[in-house]
Design a protein around this ligand. Structure first.
Ligand SMILES: [Zn+2]
Ligand SMILES: [Zn+2]
Length: 239
């Protein structure tokens, strides 16, 4: 079973091998159970007949990356015992997901993209997994005397919208009407400080919030960074 490696670490934690205190041991074992469950669900979704459920599998993988992400690693770094368990868990995750990722990649690549979707005053670029909006751009005017702007959604819970105005907005609208997603992403990357955060720089696909693991890191009330990890495990900083 592909989850064998994670189950083995789970057993080692349960046997007290890492020397964590009881509270920590329970929390860590509970999280490993959670990871096992999401991998199992992802596999089941990919093996579904007559057709695999790519959307479910990708969502489960995104959850796995979230649950084993920055916040979790920070928590494990609190003591040397839990840090050691964290290394073992990290290795087990890699072993576990290695056979699943190429299958998921293949399924996502096989999907046909719907291209730019146009609704009244709004253009949307679809998620590579589920076709729901990965990023949408809406033409608005704040007030009658105000300049028109194109409001671009962001994945970040900190910077929720990014506006574009003037000639760049006009250029972008022309591109949106040509429906060439790749060109639109490149244009946003080159001209906008926030780029196109819904585009994974590694697999070059767009994903929605359900299919990204999004983690904002805080130090008290200070926002340090926000990371997005695609269902194939590629992480990029978005804020
Ligand atoms: Zn999606
Ligand atoms: Zn990716």
């Amino acid at each position: 079973m592909p989850t064998d490696a994670l189950r083995a670490v789970r057993d080692r934690i349960g046997a007290g091998e890492f020397g964590m205190d009881e509270r920590m041991q329970q929390a860590v074992a509970g999280r490993v159970d959670d990871l096992i469950e999401s991998v199992t669900a992802a596999e089941r979704a990919l093996a579904k007949l007559p057709l695999p459920s790519v959307s479910d599998a990708a969502a489960k993988m995104a959850y796995l990356f979230y649950a084993s992400g920055h916040g979790w690693k920070r928590y494990l770094a609190e003591s040397s015992a839990s840090a050691a368990a964290g290394i073992a868990i990290g290795d087990a995750i890699q072993t576990t997901i290695a056979p699943i990722l190429p299958i998921l990649e293949q399924e996502i690549a096989a999907r046909h993209s719907t291209g730019v979707m146009v609704r009244a005053g709004t253009w949307a670029l679809p998620c590579a997994v589920c076709d729901s909006d990965a990023v949408s751009m809406t033409r608005t005017k704040v007030g009658p005397a105000e300049q028109e702007q194109l409001v671009i959604t962001s994945l970040s819970p900190v910077t929720v919208f990014r506006p574009v105005t003037g000639p760049r907005m006009q250029d972008l609208i022309v591109l949106l009407d040509t429906s060439d997603v790749e060109t639109i992403i490149n244009y946003l990357r080159e001209t906008q400080p926030g780029g196109c955060d819904a585009a994974c720089p590694e697999c070059r696909r767009l994903y929605c919030k359900t299919h990204y693991a999004i983690e904002a890191q805080w130090s008290g009330s200070w926002h340090e960074a926000t990371y997005a990890t695609c269902p194939l495990g590629h992480e990029h900083e978005i804020d």
